[in-house]
Unconditional design. Structure first.
Length: 481
């Protein structure tokens, strides 16, 4: 009996420690990312990838996860914390990428033959200009639109993004002159962008590192690729730190109040429109930077790269992870990119490898006809050929399952304390009340005043006389407990 008791105690302790570790956001993200990495490594082994192939597969996966995660954090700021239904994400990315490109293009007379001229600014200055341009366009979009309800605001932002894309596509702006300066967006054919600084470094001073890595039998092209991914990861870390600092500050607590009840927040002497505009502009600036480091760094941009589909994919990542949780946004992005965005392509290669089928089927009637004739391979090939369509189908299936089983997402209902001191828990400890117990009348009375003060503390001390009157209750609770 004592042995069984000791074993049960050990199991309980292990479970308690595991639950404690799992409470860490870093552990959640690390475990999820490690699991996805393991799936891709196993897929690479099954497909016969060598070391370079495995590294390239993980590099592409990480590249997309990091970039989609930055966009998901911005959407979570707008929707999860501010209640702003922004589905014009890709438009602000386009503003940042196009502005930076035009600012960095050589001036007329110095540009190579057949290329569009620009202002000739250095890349760091152009990046700042692209971010400021995205913030300015965000201000113009938000100023007349924030009085609209969520669904109408979404329509306005979507239309604004399409206006930006069609403007960049217009033939009249393919090349034009303003105040004697010749510029251009390239129209529908696009425009060459600025060189990638990381690739330039490894093509010059960093070439010995590339040679050393190549000497180990690893593809030399992976060195600048992985270095760029590490730079983007640092960018993601900075954005995550910024978001956490912002939402846990008094500014962020006001945003949460606006999200939950804008009228009540306004009644507490808060200029809700000003807070929403500032949150929207900050997010638009980060989206402009995302467009610069994503599409802009690839050497070429065109209006087709900024289709609304990209916005919807970012939204899916936020929905999977749960609005109102930065950790959930990142985990949702990992799952979306790993299994929905890139998964169908790997599934096709695995099926072709192990079922020994190859070829293409051009139309659905041909695939169905072969199936009726007793040959299912044609339908399988046709399905796997439609990677983009299969991605959309998987997205729809995931959305339906989430809405039926967990509409708030994986981490969407995490309770947040407005105060830095959990006074409510200390009240319960004083009266010996557990979370699962019914509150006594005296405990309920204390908690009522504490929650009222918590709302006041969330939005600032300037509030109604009633809310200010609760300060004595909460303060005396802190002192007496």
């Amino acid at each position: 009996m004592s042995t069984q008791t000791e074993a049960a105690r050990v199991i309980t302790e292990v479970r308690r420690r595991a639950e404690t570790y799992w409470e860490s956001d870093t552990v959640k993200i690390g475990v999820t990312l490690g699991a996805v990495y393991m799936v891709y490594v196993l897929a690479g082994v099954s497909l016969g990838y060598d070391l370079s192939g495995q590294l390239n597969s993980i590099r592409r996966l990480t590249f997309l996860i990091v970039l989609y995660a930055v966009g998901a954090l911005v959407v979570n700021l707008h929707w999860g914390y501010s209640g702003l239904f922004n589905i014009g994400v890709v438009g602000f990315m386009a503003v940042g990428a196009y502005t930076t490109t035009i600012l960095t293009r050589p001036v007329q007379g110095q540009n190579p033959t057949g290329t569009l001229p620009g202002f000739g600014f250095p890349l760091p200055i152009a990046i700042v200009g692209g971010i400021l341009a995205a913030m300015g366009i965000g201000y113009l979009a938000a100023l007349p639109s924030l009085r609209l309800r969520d669904d109408y605001f979404a329509i306005v932002t979507l239309a604004f993004a399409e206006i930006i894309r069609m403007t960049a596509k217009a033939s009249a702006l393919q090349e034009f002159t303003v105040f004697g300066v010749t510029l251009g967006t390239g129209g529908g054919r696009g425009i060459r962008t600025y060189p990638n600084p990381v690739e330039q470094f490894f093509a010059g001073p960093g070439s010995p590192v590339v040679s050393a890595i190549a000497g180990l039998g690893i593809d030399s092209a992976l060195v600048p690729g992985w270095a760029f991914v590490l730079v983007l990861t640092l960018l993601l870390g900075f954005v995550l730190w910024l978001m956490n600092r912002m939402v846990n500050s008094p500014f962020g607590r006001v945003l949460k109040g606006i999200r939950d009840d804008e009228e009540a927040t306004g009644a507490l002497a808060k200029n809700t429109a000003s807070f929403k505009i500032r949150a929207f502009i900050i997010g638009c600036g980060i989206l402009g930077l995302l467009g610069i480091v994503w599409q802009g760094s690839q050497g070429y941009i065109a209006p087709g790269l900024f289709a609304p589909q990209l916005t919807f994919f970012i939204w899916i990542a936020v929905i999977v992870g749960g609005a109102g949780s930065n950790t959930g946004s990142i985990i949702g992005t990992i799952l979306f990119v790993g299994f929905i965005y890139l998964g169908p392509g790997y599934l096709r290669r695995i099926v072709e490898e192990y079922l020994s089928i190859s070829g293409t089927v051009s139309t659905f009637p041909n695939a169905v006809g072969s199936l009726l004739a007793g040959d299912p391979q044609a339908l399988i090939l046709y399905t796997l050929d439609q990677t983009s369509a299969l991605r959309v189908v998987l997205t729809g299936v995931v959305l339906v399952l989430l809405l039926k089983t967990r509409p708030e997402g994986l981490f969407g209902k995490r309770r947040e304390m407005a105060s830095t001191i959990n006074v409510e828990q200390r009240v319960k400890q004083r009266f010996g009340v557990h979370d699962s117990d019914e509150n006594t009348e005296e405990v309920s009375r204390w908690l009522f005043h504490l929650r009222a003060h918590s709302w006041n503390q969330t939005l600032g001390q300037r509030a109604t006389p009633y809310c200010r009157s609760t300060h004595w209750w909460s303060r005396s609770a802190e002192l007496t407990l």
